[in-house]
Design a protein around this ligand. Structure first.
Ligand SMILES: CC(=O)N[C@H]1[C@@H](OP(=O)(O)OP(=O)(O)OC[C@H]2O[C@@H](n3ccc(=O)[nH]c3=O)[C@H](O)[C@@H]2O)O[C@H](CO)[C@@H](O)[C@@H]1O
Ligand SMILES: C=C(OP(=O)(O)O)C(=O)O
Length: 426
């Protein structure tokens, strides 16, 4: 495990470019094995999740290269094999190999995925979808065994009981080459789902309605890549740097942004009094003073993302009054609260609410990134705090933030990554 060491208390300024979306990338890479040709992605983020997904591909004899943000994957010699459980456990999205392998081989054996420490994350809707498509699913020990008869998968009408990004994507992956038409109702509408559908449609898939709550997939026999797919910008990385910029920035420009994906977040910053300058594909954040407290309630897209409720917290600490956060998606996603308190933050959990009071001074401390977005909150708090902050389990940050140290250096931050002997590799 690594730790992040921050010498905080400096105002930051400059510009940086947002990378490709982690949550698109981690679906696109498993989706690549559905193709009968090599595929290529551009603006691929340099994150640990990509590294681990490539290890999983390699175990199936799927070779990949990653140079200058371009990831090329050649699935033409794919072989069924046991997937490396360490890599599978290192990220949540490894469960996309269930849908992708099912689409490719009509069967899949995948260890239960890992992922963030954010409360229960059942996959019952994924399983319900696979079963509706005609698969037999057995959950045993730590693995899920999915198979079909010789006739393969068939289209079905699936109504999701819970709006789930993962279940929507996994069903698309399984259905894209199934016989007949699949309809997913009450589907998730996140932009990353549109990105995946765009990639698959450009290879010959017939997916209609991605981005709405009804998605129709007409199965096709084969998929062939003809062009490089450019991954959409990461809206969670964007929101994280917007929070950083409004908290401790002296003028920061974020480039490669789709402002329409950010509206639930930027509306809240504007409500606080941040004078955002929103352009076609960039956002400029000037120095912000006199911020008002707000109420944040996380919802499915286009609502306020659960993945941004922790990164916005350091900014809420600066507001003149008490803000309230309620996470309806992951009510137990509060790992940051105790850690921020160690830094002197006035923040507490009260019933299902997180109450964030004005905190005029943060002090550097030893804290732990229990998951990716609490790590992001601690990183911003550490940059704001006086003295030194050491964030252990920083791999959780590196798992999803593209070249984070380089980007922070660009803004003038004093930050580095070091080995953490106290937290062994797992
Ligand atoms: C790789 C990826 O894209 N991860 C994102 C994805 O995770 P992920 O796809 O795992 O999250 P879901 O959208 O599936 O989860 C949303 C809610 O549905 C529940 N649920 C989900 C599936 C299921 O079968 N049964 C069930 O009850 C979950 O417990 C949660 O309360 O969406 C989350 C919610 O926006 C984000 O925090 C994650 O960053
Ligand atoms: C929860 C997250 O990721 P994952 O689903 O990959 O664990 C996240 O990105 O905030």
């Amino acid at each position: 495990m690594k730790k992040m060491i921050i010498h905080g208390g400096k105002r930051l300024s400059g510009e940086l470019t947002i990378g490709g979306a982690k949550n698109s990338t981690v679906a696109l890479i498993p989706a690549a094995i559905l193709a009968d040709t090599p595929v290529q992605f551009d603006t691929v983020p340099h994150i640990l999740d990509v590294h681990n997904l490539r290890l999983i591909l390699e175990s199936m004899n799927v070779h990949s290269t990653f140079e200058n943000d371009v990831l090329t994957i050649d699935p033409t010699n794919i072989e069924e094999s046991e997937l490396p459980s360490h890599a599978i456990k290192s990220l949540r999205a490894s469960y996309y190999f269930m849908g992708a392998l099912l689409g490719r081989f009509n069967r899949a054996t995948v260890t239960f995925p890992g992922g963030d420490n954010i409360g229960p994350r059942p996959i019952d809707q994924h399983i319900k979808g696979f079963k509706a498509l005609g698969a037999n699913v057995v959950e045993e020990n730590d693995s899920v065994f999915i198979s079909t008869g010789t006739e393969g998968l068939h289209g079905a009408r699936i109504f999701l009981d819970v709006v789930s990004v993962g279940a929507t994507i996994n069903i698309i992956l399984a259905a894209v080459k199934a016989h007949g038409t699949t309809t997913i109702e009450n589907a998730a509408k996140e932009p990353e789902i549109i990105d995946l559908a765009t990639f698959l449609n450009n290879m010959g898939a017939k997916i209609r309605g991605a981005g709405t709550d009804v998605i129709r997939i007409e199965g096709v026999p084969a998929l062939h890549s003809r062009a490089t797919h450019t991954i959409i910008p990461d809206r969670i990385e964007t929101g994280t740097y917007l929070s950083l910029a409004a908290s401790i920035g002296d003028g920061i420009l974020l480039k490669n942004v789709i402002p329409e994906h950010m509206e639930s977040f930027t509306a809240k910053l504007v409500e606080m009094g941040v004078d955002l300058q929103i352009n076609e594909d960039s956002i400029y954040v000037p120095r912000s003073n006199d911020l008002d407290p707000i109420r944040v309630k996380t919802m499915t897209y286009p609502g306020f993302a659960t993945d941004l409720q922790q990164p916005i917290t350091p900014l809420l600490l600066r507001a003149n009054g008490s803000s309230v956060v309620i996470d309806t998606i992951y009510p137990q996603r509060t790992q940051h609260v105790e850690q921020l308190r160690k830094m002197g933050a006035d923040i507490r959990v009260q019933d299902n609410l997180i109450v964030v009071g004005h905190s005029s001074h943060l002090q550097g401390a030893h804290v732990e990134a229990g998951e990716i977005r609490s790590g992001a909150a601690l990183m911003i708090a550490g940059l704001a705090a006086s003295g030194v902050t050491e964030i252990s389990r920083a791999d959780n940050i590196l798992r999803g933030y593209d070249r984070v140290i380089d980007k922070l250096h660009t803004l003038g931050a004093d930050v580095e990554i070091a080995a953490d002997e106290e937290v062994p590799e797992n």
